[in-house]
Design a protein around this ligand. Structure first.
Ligand SMILES: NC(=O)c1ccc[n+]([C@@H]2O[C@H](COP(=O)([O-])OP(=O)(O)OC[C@H]3O[C@@H](n4cnc5c(N)ncnc54)[C@H](O)[C@@H]3O)[C@@H](O)[C@H]2O)c1
Length: 326
């Protein structure tokens, strides 16, 4: 069996983790790395015996890639996904998949036409606590879901600029919104209020540091989310709680709590499959179903967070999502 040839667009902090895991998979070779910062591309390429590029079209024209990772700042998604799909190259795209719903929906069409395998980096879906809770919730009526993600300030400069990252909800808390969808189904309407309360003095910072939203799911369930990056010296938290008749369950990355207790949700938990291995295995098997978050899933999650941004711009006016459907 010949090696699967993998390319990368973006050679920053997150891509490096994927590169290390991909390089460890037998029968897979990192063939090419592209970054607009040519020095970064050169360094990563040298580490993996790959060729370096500063222009992704040049890379796609020169290399016969089987799969492509795209791990760039949210504002930096250009035509690479379309170009890759047009060439039949399988795609791993990091969340958030875009900042434009129109562009992301166009990419969905190109992906459908190409019939390629796609994966988005919502790795929390693969955790055993997530899988157990998902199975247990099947067929049950959820009343409400609430999530909190309070954390600190990531170091990448683009993260602090609304036009570049979309803000914390779009860029980071997308993981929690994605889990809400995974557990409770699609969201049809969102209302949000944002504020900049304590971090206006941070250099190069123009995103809200306080974001609060409510959601209505297609099932009729209700959801809330608060997120903030002002926990600069620790003390943050990331919770997701679900309320059903006579039962509350709490999702965590390492456990599910329940009250009253549900024995099948308690540990010990199985090891988490490596998302890069899952992606490569799915390509080899030609089986999209092995992947728990496709590109379209990434777009549905993006839809909710962008609807929240629109609502916040209009003083909390409720906004329908484009893909939720009642
Ligand atoms: N799934 C996860 O848990 C997870 C974790 C961290 C980051 N991410 C995502 O990964 C992406 C990258 O984050 P990061 O922390 O690595 O950022 P980073 O700033 O460290 O790296 C981004 C890289 O992309 C390069 N780049 C920008 N525009 C480009 C273009 N048009 N073509 C090629 N390269 C370009 C930059 O030069 C930089 O090297 C973001 O979407 C982020 O949300 C996901």
């Amino acid at each position: 069996m010949s090696d699967l040839k993998i390319g990368f667009i973006g050679a920053g902090g997150n891509a490096k983790g994927h590169m290390a895991r991909v390089a460890a998979i037998e029968g897979v070779a990192i063939a090419a790395v592209c970054d607009v910062d040519g020095g970064r591309a050169e360094l990563a390429a040298a580490e993996h015996g790959a060729r370096a590029y500063a222009d992704h079209t040049e890379m796609l024209n020169a290399e016969a890639l089987d799969a492509l990772y795209i791990s760039v700042p949210p504002c930096a998604h250009t035509n690479a996904e379309m170009e890759a799909a047009g060439r039949g190259i399988h795609l791993f795209v990091e969340k958030p998949v875009h900042l434009s719903m129109d562009a992301a929906l166009g990419i969905c069409e190109a992906i459908d036409e190409a019939g390629i395998i796609t994966c988005v980096g919502y790795q929390l879906r693969y955790l055993d606590p997530t899988q157990r809770l998902k199975r247990w919730l099947s067929g049950k009526t959820i009343g409400m879901v609430t999530t909190t993600r309070w954390g600190g300030l990531p170091g990448t400069p683009w993260w602090r600029v609304m036009e570049q990252s979309g803000g914390q909800l779009v860029e980071q808390t997308t993981h929690q919104i994605d889990l809400m969808r995974y557990f409770a189904g699609e969201v049809v309407e969102v209302s949000a209020r944002y504020a900049l309360r304590t971090m206006a003095d941070v250099e190069g910072f123009d995103i809200p540091d306080s974001q609060a939203l409510w959601m209505r799911f297609a099932s009729g369930a209700l959801g809330t989310c608060t997120t903030s990056c002002m926990a600069l010296e620790g003390g943050g938290k990331g919770d997701l709680d679900i309320l059903l008749k006579s039962r509350r369950v709490g999702w965590g990355a390492d456990r599910v709590t329940s009250s009253p207790e549900v024995p099948e949700l308690a540990g010990p938990y199985a090891e988490t499959p490596n998302i890069d291995q899952v992606f490569i295995d799915a390509i080899r098997a030609g089986d999209q179903k092995r992947i728990l978050s496709s590109y379209l899933d990434g777009v549905k999650t993006l839809d909710i967070t962008l609807a929240a941004n629109r609502s916040a711009e209009r003083d909390g006016e409720p906004m329908p999502t484009r893909l939720g459907k009642a």
